[in-house]
Write a protein that binds this ligand. Sequence first.
Ligand code: A5A
Length: 524
Amino acid sequence: MSINTKKKQSSKKTAKKPAKQPPKKVAKKSSKSQIQNTLPDIEENFSEWFNEILFQAEILDYRYNLKGCGVWLGYGFKIRRAFLQIMRDLLDNTPIPHDEMLFPLLIPEDQFMKEKETVKGFEDQVYWVTHGGLTPLEVKLALRPTSETAMYPMAAKWIRSHQDLPLKTYQIANMFRFEGKNTRPLIRVREITTFKEAHTYHESKEDCANQIREAVSIYRNIFDSLGVPYLITQRPKWDTFPGADYTIAFDCIFLQTRKALQLGTIHNLGQRFAKTYDIKFETADGNQDYVYQTCYGISERGVASLIAIHGDNYGLKLPPVVAPIEIVIVPILFKNKEEKVLKVCNEFYKKLKKEGFKVRLDNRKISSGRKYFHWELRGVPIRVEIGPKDIEKNQIAAVRRDVKGKNFIPIDESIKYLSKLLKDIQESLHKSAKKRHDELIFRTNDLEEAIDFIDKNKGIAEIPFCGEEECAASIEKRLEGLKFLGIPDRYLPVLNKKVKKEKEIYCSHCMKPVTQYWRIGKTY
Ligand code: A5A
């Protein structure tokens, strides 16, 4: 992959519209190597760093000739596949499993338009197909921006009685949204390539609430596996998914920009869609009722978040569960000893492979320094080095990517050691990200302090708030990009047996007595 082509492109872009501050290139030495790292500094220019790492680590090539669309490359595709596997394993293995299905991409206009809230919510985001070849279509076709309107007329055909419930389904497919705001690779795309949407159907409100709890627990599991910290927040009513009773979101505050990225959402749809699409069932006592529904979605933002949260100036740091390669073996070659070292490395490679590790032997004819640089950039959790001295001593050297340090391990103990080390890396990445993330949340009764905290890009604030849209609008006006994320999970009846209530606090705008702090900050 030629980085030069990309360089040419970005300098062309810079020529058209000069960046306020040119990205500072970091001339760092990769450990033990003389190779220069050309990544922009992650703290000073996160956005450039992010674009560059996607390209240099061969995750995504965003030079496709269509705004908001990119190409998943080999290494990125493997990370994506591991991310999808985590989701599938969780959804397939709930006590009542979710069944994976696949619906058509096209939705007839009349079917799409039936749900008025969905229409309103998505009207400026839908791509329409108007022609089949040269023939204008009698009924325009929407490219799905989400699949409620594709799925629910079918569910109405499948569900007859309470015995058919609950019905739990999901699909993983591409969605199209004509995003007006700035598009960004993986974060705000027009073709969402990796959209997982679950849709569930229930007999009662209570079953629906239970499903919301299950969905929250699945999402916790997904992001915990990725080592990505999150906040769980009920969105304000003015930012609820079109047609839903309420929306609970998972957000991650990016450690460098201190802006929150919505990682996924869980919606309680109540009976609104069921009434629109006539999804009725016969109850146990022989009456007719509409089903209660939930739906919940996650996209490639999951991959974006793990790249952003763990990355550093040397490149990616991948949690072992999603790393395409967990261990790379680099032979340390000295004149006249190459053959022996390569033989031992090859044997060790086969042994690790047999034990089920995701392992790669890098026996390319380039310097060890170049190899270190290459695999560091790609975030491989462990590098094993074997040289003539190690062979003499019957040992291997293990170097971890997440923290500094090299350890020499007797070869007989290496399997056990490496398994444990991978577990440690998985946990330690999560722990250190969570610690840094926790420090970005500031609770205060003083609005000025909160605004100042957010204005200085220090993180997300929690302020006493009444929940009224007008009050929110007045506060949001105070700072460009300021947004109410909503109500923290500790106050949500659906997620807590005992709901927390604050005493003697007053709305930051209207001064009414209130019982909750709300989250507010800058968002992607
Ligand atoms: N049907 C429900 C599940 C739904 O569509 N919800 S949603 O609109 O909130 O989308 C689910 C998730 O997809 C969002 O939380 C966000 O993480 C992701 N998403 C939405 N638009 C996106 C875009 N343009 N690019 C990347 N991810 C996006």
